[in-house]
Design a protein around this ligand. Structure first.
Ligand code: PLP
Length: 239
């Protein structure tokens, strides 16, 4: 077994263990391998090991890699990073999921492009759960209003919420971010929004996915623990 396949299996085992520790069914938690910064060879190894959907935080990187990996049937992309409206077309054409929806401007641009393409897109509303200035995402206080506004976008299918917790060694501070998301999810599920489902929580990365699972994560986005360090640091401050 190659290193990527071994790492995928090891991360999956840790997810299953975290589920058992939290009294959850491991089938509820999906592993989304994050391939940003890595080339088609490593992605091909993960594909050979059975992975079919990959997370990328830049639309342009998806466009490049979709071309390089066009020979792989069933391979899908989740765009998990902030999107500029001028890149909405790429996401509308190539992505199966978008995890970083946090503005009406981007929602409108995506919806219009998707309508042109005759496609639908699964989306997650990104929430700034840590309150850090540097982070994208909706203010938790604005999420309910934004969720209500989603009904006007016919091509966007809301699946749930997404966040990046504070990047810190302080486990309690990280846990507070995830707990805030879980509370927000419960509130949305008890509100008549007339659009979308809030069954999903996309949260948890290499350094904190076990904690995220304790607070209800249904998709964990894991890069380094599978693919090793990235060649360049990105805007999340993670390597
Ligand atoms: C890079 C990235 C991840 C994965 O981070 P790792 O620390 O490599 O696991 C998850 N989510 C987003 C939005 C990212 O940009």
């Amino acid at each position: 077994m190659g290193l990527v396949a071994e790492n995928l299996a090891a991360v999956r085992a840790r997810i299953d263990q975290a589920c058992r520790a939290a009294g959850r069914d491991p089938a509820e938690v999906r592993l989304l391998p994050v391939t940003k910064g890595h080339g088609p060879d490593l992605i091909g190894e993960a594909y050979a090991a059975g992975a079919r959907i990959f997370g990328e935080n830049k639309a342009q990187e998806v466009a490049d890699k979709a071309g390089q990996l066009a020979d792989k049937p069933g391979l899908a992309w989740a765009v998990i990073g902030h999107l500029q409206t001028n890149k909405a077309k790429v996401v509308a054409q190539l992505a199966a999921e978008f995890h970083a929806l946090d503005s009406a401007k981007v929602a409108e641009a995506l919806d219009r492009r998707l309508d042109n393409e005759g496609r639908d897109l699964d989306v997650f509303l990104q929430v700034n759960s840590s309150g850090e200035e540097s982070k994208y995402g909706l203010d938790p206080a604005d999420v309910e209003q934004f969720a209500k506004s989603m009904r006007q976008y016919r091509s966007l299918r809301v699946r749930g919420l997404m966040t990046l917790a504070v990047f810190s060694d302080d486990q309690a501070a990280v846990a507070r971010c995830f707990e805030r998301m879980q509370q927000l999810q419960v509130r949305l599920q008890n509100t008549d929004l007339a659009a979308g489902s809030y069954a999903e929580l996309s949260m948890g990365m290499s350094g904190d996915f076990e904690l995220a699972i304790r607070y209800g994560a249904t998709t964990v986005r894991v890069g380094q623990a599978i693919f090793g360090p990235r060649p360049e640091p990105d805007e999340t401050g993670h390597r």
